[in-house]
Ligand binder design. Structure first.
Ligand code: BG6
Length: 489
């Protein structure tokens, strides 16, 4: 049997994502010996660079894990020697034929497997896929293509993109990335739930009052306004990252850990979601101000954003899953840029204890006695559970205390970046953490009518100051469902 080799071509090699995430993740995999013995990396882009220039460019963002013994710069050098550059237009047949020749040279007669990472704007996805699949796919091994969102901007465009991609690739060759699925604590969700008897039986409307999925960033669009302005926060974060977490959180127990079994369950959740109405959402946009001598810009100060843009940089939404397990439980999502902090977390608020013997110890506010499970995805990864406890002493005072699994204390080694997990899975053909086309379709069906309504009715976003906790409308939305945002209480 022939030895296999993997060639990884990063298309859009000079872009930000490639420099900041993809090459560093590939190096981290190499550094920790996760890449196959025989591999080659090609950067592909339009600019005319030499192999050396590519190496110089990517070496700036490569870092070594602290706890490694081996000399980092040696290993980096060896990695860089396996990186090459190919310059070409994205839709150029000749250029992909040339690339094919270069790949063949490097493969040196071994069984060739080829992975293409599309780190390019969506309007050139199809051109690249057409050329790569026709002229540079592996003749005898596998060919896989990783694509990054946006996968369209509504149901129709997404369906069209899927249709076009499928002219050249089979579904099992397409790896649609949602990098949140590669985050350690998101991956851990099903371990937490399905391997702990103390959680699984509680995971339903019987015991859970509401679930909150929160994403906040403490910076604005920072030069990405051009992309962001035609998508907005609902498409950028909710329709993918938060909805994916929701599906994993709420799915029924899959038959097995097999990718198809898991994704079948996720699709069922997505298809059981109630239609979103305008009343179920609040949208906001950040506005600038000056504080302590520092000036914070408005969203519309970004030169790449339209001056009168109504694009939301913040949104909160109340979603419901109309199935037996979750009937009536609000799943509240909140996502925003330019807020007071950077954080992504899942908060699970449990019901009140029926006939609580100690209710008088909580005064009139029983919500204070609610058990809450918090899964902090980032930063400072942690899982903590708020419980009620007696304050030691002769009196009877209760205290809401926390059982805290803080990753930095429990697991001292560095947590791999999401892209490391996902690239490794794509190389190994593991599809569990990638989005299948029917999941994508269901996710768009949920948000498309709402997005169209917001846009056709030109709903003006509520302005909120840069660095604040977001628009006050988000509190009213939660209150309407008897919920308090856990991150604010
Ligand atoms: C991306 C969004 O998908 O996720 C960005 O397009 C956002 O707007 C980013 O900043 C957040 O990712 P992370 O991993 O830094 O939380």
């Amino acid at each position: 049997k022939k030895e296999a080799t993997v060639s990884i071509t990063v298309v859009g090699a000079s872009g930000d994502l490639a420099k900041k995430k993809i090459f560093p993740a590939l190096f981290a995999l190499y550094y920790e010996d996760f890449l196959p013995e025989h591999f080659t990396i090609f950067g592909y882009a339009r600019s005319k660079l030499t192999d050396e220039e590519l190496r110089d460019m990517i070496s700036m963002t490569l870092t070594c894990r602290i706890d490694q013994r081996e000399n980092c710069s040696d290993k980096m050098e060896r990695f860089l020697q396996r990186c090459f550059y190919h310059s070409g237009q994205y839709g150029s047949e000749e250029s992909f034929q040339e690339l094919d020749k270069r790949l063949k040279e490097k493969e040196a007669g071994r069984l060739p497997n080829r992975l293409f990472y599309l780190s390019v704007p969506p309007n050139i996805f199809v051109d690249v896929v057409r050329c790569a699949s026709r002229y540079a796919s592996s003749p005898t091994g596998w060919t896989r293509v990783i694509v990054e969102k946006p996968f369209g901007r509504d149901s129709e465009s997404s369906r069209e993109l899927t249709r076009c991609l499928k002219q050249y690739l089979a579904e099992d060759q397409i790896f649609r990335i949602d990098h949140y699925l590669g985050k350690e604590l998101v991956e851990n969700l099903s371990v937490l739930r399905f391997s702990n008897l103390v959680f699984e039986p509680l995971w339903s409307r019987q015991y859970i009052r509401n679930v909150q999925l929160i994403f906040s960033e403490d910076f604005g669009t920072e030069g990405r306004g051009g992309y962001f302005d035609s998508y907005g926060i609902i498409r950028d974060i909710m329709q993918n990252h938060l909805l994916q977490i929701l599906a994993l959180f709420a799915m029924e127990t899959p038959v097995s850990l097999d990718a198809e079994d898991i994704r079948n369950e996720k699709v069922k959740v997505l298809r059981s979601m109630r239609n979103l109405e305008l009343d179920d959402v609040v949208v906001g946009q950040y506005k600038g101000h000056t504080k302590g001598g520092t000036t914070y810009p408005s969203y519309t100060d970004d030169p790449t954003v339209k001056k009168n843009s109504l694009t939301p940089t913040f949104a909160a939404a109340a979603l419901f899953i109309d199935n037996a397990r979750w009937d009536g439980v609000p799943f509240l999502m909140k996502a925003g840029k330019a807020l007071h902090t950077r954080r992504a977390e899942i908060r699970v608020q449990f019901r009140h204890v029926p006939g609580n013997l100690y209710k008088c110890n909580f005064g009139s506010d029983l919500d204070k006695a609610t058990n809450e499970l918090v899964i902090r995805v980032q930063p400072d990864e942690a899982i903590y559970l708020k419980i009620n406890n007696k304050v030691p002493g002769l009196g009877m005072r209760l205290d809401c205390s926390t059982l805290n699994l803080l990753y930095s204390s429990r697991y001292p080694s560095e947590i791999p970046d999401a892209y490391e997990r996902l690239l490794l899975d794509a190389i190994e053909g593991e599809r569990r953490l990638f989005i299948r086309s029917d999941e994508l379709e269901a996710a768009w069906s949920l948000f498309t009518p709402l997005l169209k309504e917001l846009e056709s009715k030109k709903i003006a976003p509520e302005l909120y100051p840069f660095g604040s906790r977001g628009p006050v409308g988000a509190h009213y939305l939660a209150a309407k469902h008897n919920v308090r945002w856990g991150d604010l209480s």
